[in-house]
Design a protein around this ligand. Sequence first.
Ligand code: PA5
Length: 442
Amino acid sequence: MIQLDLSNIRSFVPEDWLTSRKDRLEQARVMLEEGNGPGGDFTGWVHLPRDYDKEEFARIQKAAKKIQSDSEALVVIGIGGSYLGARAVVELIQSPNYNLKKKDTPDIYFAGNGLSTDALLETIELVKDRDFSVNVISKSGTTTEPAVAFRIFKNLLEEKYGKEEARKRIYATTDAHKGALKGLADSEGYEEFVVPDAVGGRFSVLTAVGLLPIAVAGIDLDELMGGAAEAMEALAVPGLENPAWQYAAARHALYTAGKSTEILVGYEPSFRFFAEWWKQLYGESEGKDGKGLFPASVEFTADLHSMGQYIQEGQRLMFESVVRFQESKGSYTIPHDPDNVDGLNFLSGKPLTFVAEQALRGTLLAHVDGGVPNILIQALRRDARTVGQLIYFFEYSCGLSGYLLEVNPFNQPGVEAYKKNMYALLGKPGYEEHRAALEARL
Ligand code: PA5
């Protein structure tokens, strides 16, 4: 299971940082378990690793096999919570270079997560002459970015295969009852998967939203869900030994002590999108009512040569949460060089992991000495089981942490402001007055 080392926050927070939060953590636990706190209608993810729809789960695996057999590429269309989880897991377990690797599973391209014309054209170019399928994902079914991308890729599929065959290559993941995508999927007869009502976008990676693309990439869904279920059981146990209680309390204590930024640190390039997923999870859950830690991320050691300076000596705003994988998938030993011109023979015969470990230890102490508290989060390895545990650990901690902060961790009212302006400026019917007011200001 996930383990925490909190020894390097001690000098920055009062001695009772954990014990003083015990009662509030217990209240938060009950609210999550019983779904009766603020936003309780959106706590369907809490028991998801146990209560997930087994029939749909089997259908996801079947659809993944079909895509693997008839497609060289899968275009996954979605944004925010309908995008980041799948990409995070595929990159963390497989590789950020997944598409470049020799493999017997399809390439995966993510589209509809922005409005860049060039990015869209590039993806079209990469898939148009190959056999491909599309998984369009939108809980609301009305989000502009994926809706526009879907229209384009749907046309491409229909031109390439004809309407009938195109239908068989489109998989729609959306609300069970409502939304434009649901209507389209019903009328066209696409295979449909559901984003459960009680699960918000940023908590949806273990639903069909994440699971279909993850399965297409050849990742074992039973292992992923098994890891999440292990974490669910372990983290439901109340007490100050609970790592989710510790993480939530540590973040809250550091926030109360004046820190405004949490930097999630990874030492694996494959961790980059997991950090993006984490930023959405914590940023959307806690950044409201004028409150919340700003979630940032860095990749070490690369960013030690850029952001490292600021972290060591800039404004003392931040603390670090370092995710360390205890095992690498492979090993590499630093070779001996008889000439030793580079002076590196003191490392000859040592595994590269030894060098990485000393970089982590040295950086941790340097940053703590520089006034940056450190939470060390230890996970076993980059496999499906561990990643399932890690996902659930961060989700559950996020729920606890939001309740400690006294916000509703499960809404995102701020996301609507830009959408309203964009709809108005685009000329969407019903937004005429708002459009005139905005145009007068621009
Ligand atoms: O967390 C959220 O609610 C958002 O990031 C949504 O996931 C994002 O806006 C996409 O929404 P939808 O799935 O409705 O297209």
